[in-house]
Design a protein around this ligand. Structure first.
Ligand SMILES: [Zn+2]
Length: 84
């Protein structure tokens, strides 16, 4: 896998609706979200996450993120754990 951050993730107020990349739930207009831009397997990508989902991602051991994670497949605000 090759993950490369393009710019530092930052907290933004959404001007459009987005789906959270972590839990798949909606992020509504005016809600806070963490915006990130990155390169994965050679493609430029960007997505939005709930602040608590971003925290969950940071709390997840990088071992589990090596192959990336399935968008929308995680529980909101919950790190991936070893039982999965
Ligand atoms: Zn989320």
């Amino acid at each position: 896998m090759s993950y490369e951050s393009i710019k530092d993730p930052k907290e933004v107020k959404c001007r459009k609706k987005h789906g959270c990349a972590w839990c798949g739930e909606k992020i509504n207009i005016g809600d806070k979200a963490v915006s990130r831009a990155y390169k994965f397997e050679g493609s430029f990508l960007s997505d939005y996450l709930h602040p608590e989902c971003w925290g969950a991602l940071l709390d997840t051991d990088s071992l589990y993120l090596e192959d990336g994670f399935t968008e929308g497949d995680q529980e909101r605000g919950r790190p991936l754990d070893q039982d999965r």
